[in-house]
Every structure is written in structure tokens, then in C-alpha cells.
Design a protein. Structure first.
Length: 303
């Protein structure tokens, strides 16, 4: 058997963990059940107060591909992600959240996309939505064409963050911003400097919808931090937004500035999840990701 202390795996999967004991076993098993076996799972426990750390220790004992790092006290998602990236030894780097599920062919399929598209530096996937009990809710769909994804970045994230597969050497250059929310926005824009983004056409990930979203606790703060990263992308990182993207951001800024947080959340719900046959939604479906819910009712995305 390989000496795993010296062996560099093909893929490093970075998984921050904070009080995720209820979902952690299912998340880790979904990685262990991948058809691609040459990986390491870098888990960073961010000061959990439930049984998460104990579960991680148990998994690390029975599977040497699972590595555990931890903070004594909670430092926040960005700190945990940056530590995980710094510890990664694989040639490729994938993201994973402790309450989600990677479908069995996720890594194998995304890796093929990356290898077959030399100008591409990041691969996401289509996403199945599930609730806290694992019940199917619907699908979140993303464009697959690099040009559409590029322009979409000015309006909304074009890759679901925990579905990301990229190159480790690039991620080590694209650290996460130390924000309490929207920490991934600047990372994506910095990564975009190195090449194109694509999403697979296949659903490779189950994304768990939960009611305690950091991004939705303070929607105004989330938007302002996101806007700050978008502006920096244009000024410092060479991003070239479309005229439509600039207009949409100005409209968003006006609405977020004058509306109360409760109404912002309601508008978010309507725009992202209501009937796509409405004219405004049909228009945005050409630009943004959207959700098709099985039961026809809206739901919040939480990450």
C-alpha cells in the first residue's frame, strides 16, 4: 500500500465543517463512494460544538485518505477554506460542503471535462435540491457555455460553489476573502483570470436547502460585499462586464439600498423561484441560473 504521508493524490477535496453532525456521515460517504478513488478529503473542523469533530476522527482512523485539521474556536468559513487549500496535496482541487452529497460519478465526470478542455480552469455541475431530510425538491440549472458563464458572473454566481473542481496550484493563488458571507465571490473572479469556466450538463451534486443561511441572515451585507468584489474584479482583475450586467447591478444597488431586508428576501424568493413563465423570469432565465421545484412552491437557497 502507498505511503499516504508522502503520496500526492490526484484530487484534494476541501470540506469545511461546523456543527454538521446530522449530515456529516452522508457527506463523507458520498466521497468514499466516488468512482474515482485517487483522492484525499481535507476536513477542517471550525470549532464545532456538536459531535462533528468526533465523527471526523472516526473516519480519519478507518480511511487514511481523510485528513483532519481543526480550530479550537470558530473562525469562520473563509479561514477554514484557506487552511484546507493550504494543506491540499492533490494536482486538482474540489470543493465539498459537510451537509451536501456528491453523486458517485461527480469527480470522474468533472475531471474528464477539465482534461478535455485545456482552456477551462474550473468545472461545476447541475444541481439537485434536497431538504434537511433528504427529500427531493427540484433542480438548480446553470449554463454550460463559457461565454454565458463569464457574463453571468457579474449578476450571480455561475458555478455552485461546493461543486467546484479546479487546479490546486491556481486555488493557492486565489484565497478566499475574510468575509462572514459572500467569501467565494472574489475567489471566483480571481480564478477567472486564468481561463474559462464551464458546468457539466449532468446533475452530479445534491445541494441541501436549509433555513439557517449565512447569506440570507443579512441580505444587505451579502449584496454589498458581493458588489465590492464585482467592482474590484473590473478595476483590478481585468473582468469586462456587459452593459446589461452593469445595469442589473445598478438596479440591484438601488433596490437593496431602499428596501427593508424582509422585502429583499421576498423579492429574492420571487425572482429566483417563482413561475418561470413570467416575463421577467423568462428574461432572466437567459442570463441567470434558476430553480424548477417539483411541488411548485418556492424555497430558499442557503449557501
Amino acid at each position: 500500500m502507498k505511503n499516504l504521508d508522502k503520496y500526492n493524490p490526484l484530487v484534494s477535496i476541501i470540506m469545511p465543517v461546523y456543527n454538521a453532525g446530522s449530515f456529516l456521515v452522508e457527506a463523507i460517504e458520498s466521497i468514499r463512494n466516488q468512482t474515482l478513488k485517487d483522492w484525499e478529503l481535507v476536513c477542517v473542523d471550525d470549532g464545532s460544538t456538536d459531535n462533528s469533530k468526533e465523527l471526523l476522527k472516526e473516519f480519519a482512523k478507518k480511511d487514511p485518505r481523510i485528513k483532519l485539521f481543526s480550530f479550537q474556536k470558530n473562525k469562520g468559513l473563509a479561514y477554514a477554506l484557506n487552511l484546507g487549500v493550504s494543506k491540499a496535496k492533490g494536482y486538482y482541487l474540489a470543493r465539498m460542503d459537510a451537509d451536501d452529497i456528491s453523486l458517485p460519478k461527480r469527480l470522474e465526470t468533472q475531471l474528464k471535462y477539465l482534461k478535455n478542455n485545456p482552456r477551462v480552469v474550473a468545472v461545476g455541475s447541475q444541481v439537485k435540491l434536497i431538504n434537511e431530510k433528504g427529500k427531493f425538491l427540484g433542480y438548480k440549472k446553470f449554463p454550460t457555455e463559457p461565454e454565458r458563464i463569464y457574463q453571468m458572473m457579474m449578476v450571480v454566481m455561475a458555478i455552485q460553489h461546493p461543486t467546484l473542481l479546479t487546479y490546486t496550484k491556481l486555488m493557492k493563488k486565489c484565497r478566499y476573502a475574510n468575509h462572514s458571507t459572500a467569501e467565494d465571490v472574489s475567489m471566483f473572479f480571481k480564478l477567472l483570470r486564468f481561463g474559462n469556466f464551464i458546468n457539466t450538463g449532468e446533475v452530479l451534486f445534491s445541494y441541501r436547502v436549509r433555513p439557517n443561511s449565512n447569506s440570507l441572515k443579512d441580505p444587505k451585507k451579502t449584496f454589498y460585499l458581493t458588489l465590492k468584489s464585482r467592482i474590484k474584479a473590473v478595476i483590478s482583475w481585468g473582468y469586462e462586464p456587459s452593459f446589461l450586467g452593469i445595469v442589473v447591478n445598478l438596479i440591484q444597488l438601488i433596490l437593496v439600498s431602499i428596501l427593508p431586508s424582509s422585502l429583499i428576501l421576498r423579492l429574492y424568493e420571487v425572482i429566483r423561484f417563482n413561475n418561470p413563465k413570467r416575463k421577467i423570469i423568462k428574461f432572466k432565465n437567459r442570463v441567470l441560473s434558476y430553480v424548477t421545484l417539483k411541488n411548485g412552491r418556492p424555497a430558499f437557497l442557503v449557501k
